[in-house]
Design a protein around this ligand. Structure first.
Ligand SMILES: [Ca+2]
Length: 343
């Protein structure tokens, strides 16, 4: 046999080995499988909260004095929209006939003021400006000084009527840091009704938050200041100008037992740029969280809490680069919307 024929038959044998094995193999039995059909509970599959007062927002103007820091005593959303932001799905509260989202018990926020004993104005007159809805003139007022000349000349407020925090006005003497519990002073809290006829036990929720987060400093060049005993702890001095965390828990959870679910801030997406007398960006950012509600039917409370903030509102030690009263675009948050999608 020539060498070329040897190669030919070797290749043929190799190919046929596979063919013969397949041909002679017993046919596999066909197992009929039936996929479980899981139906969601009735009701809208999505809802949107807009952190703004007025008829095109989810909130009415809060009463003076802020909110008592306890579950169910926050300032409640009274208009919940479809994801398009215009179609109203629910108004009033969950006891109203017009509340068309049975799986949503309530959405509430913490507002500063004399009634909010964890964010009161008892020490610093301006502390009711810590967490509130922006006034109609906040966005146009030139309150911040970013160009080192000692004169405030940069607008640093939030758009009119939007919910925002201005850390300059919070001050640790009057506003305590939250830990995810019911007595947090500054928070956004969503309470789900886990009755399975309203939200089936296999259902989860994806939350999409639109917000801006600004700091007077960019992220530190060395993140070692952010760790404590190997744990990422952005509340550490020098790590982040402010910190916000996301919690998913039972509404009755003991505060000391609550652990964060996700980090929201840091990072901040904009910081003060003294060389150019501006903030690096005023863009709105988006973050999404998948809430694994199906893993535990006792999970009914989704909370975004302010967990810490700086006490220094000057840039790199320069006393002429400063934040001011009502300056969420110096160190602070502006909240735009929260959309909830059942999955
Ligand atoms: Ca200036």
């Amino acid at each position: 046999m020539t060498q070329s024929k040897t190669i030919f038959f070797t290749v043929l044998a190799t190919l046929c080995t596979g063919c013969l094995e397949n041909a002679s193999a017993p046919k596999k039995s066909t197992v009929q499988t039936t996929a479980d059909t899981l139906s969601p509970a009735s009701g809208p599959m999505a809802a949107k909260i807009i952190f703004k007062t007025g008829t095109n927002g989810s909130f009415d103007v809060p009463i003076n004095g802020g909110t008592v820091p306890e579950l169910g005593s926050g300032h409640k959303a009274v208009r919940i929209f479809a994801p398009n932001g215009t179609t109203t799905l629910a108004t009033g509260d969950s006891s109203s006939a017009s509340w068309g989202i049975p799986w949503l018990s309530f959405v509430e926020i913490g507002v500063s003021g004399s009634s909010n004993h964890n964010s009161s104005n008892s020490v610093k007159a301006l502390s009711s400006d810590c967490a509130k809805f922006a006034s109609t003139t906040e966005s146009s007022a030139s309150l911040c000084d970013y160009n080192k000349d000692g004169t405030a000349d940069v607008p640093c407020g939030a758009p009119a009527d939007y919910f925002r925090t201005s850390e300059f006005d919070c001050t640790p003497a009057t506003t305590s840091a939250g830990a995810g519990g019911n007595d947090d002073p500054i928070y956004i809290r969503v309470k789900f009704d886990r009755t399975t006829s309203k939200l089936a036990s296999h259902e989860n929720v994806m939350a999409v938050l639109e917000y801006s987060a600004s700091g007077i400093h960019p992220a530190p060049t060395s993140p070692t200041t952010c760790f404590s005993a190997g744990v990422f702890t952005p509340e550490q001095p020098g790590c982040s100008d402010m910190s916000w965390k996301v919690f998913l828990r039972n509404s009755d959870a003991v505060a000391s037992a609550i652990k964060p679910f996700l980090m929201l801030v840091p990072p901040v997406f904009a910081y003060v740029d003294p060389a150019n007398n501006r903030i690096t960006s005023t863009a709105i950012s988006t973050k999404q969280f998948l809430l694994p509600l199906s893993t535990d039917v006792s999970l009914d409370t989704f909370q975004i809490s302010r967990t810490g903030a700086t006490t220094t509102f000057i840039h790199n030690g320069n006393p002429n680069v400063i934040c001011s009263n009502n300056s969420p675009l110096c160190v602070g948050m502006i909240f735009y919307s929260l959309s909830l999608y059942r999955l």
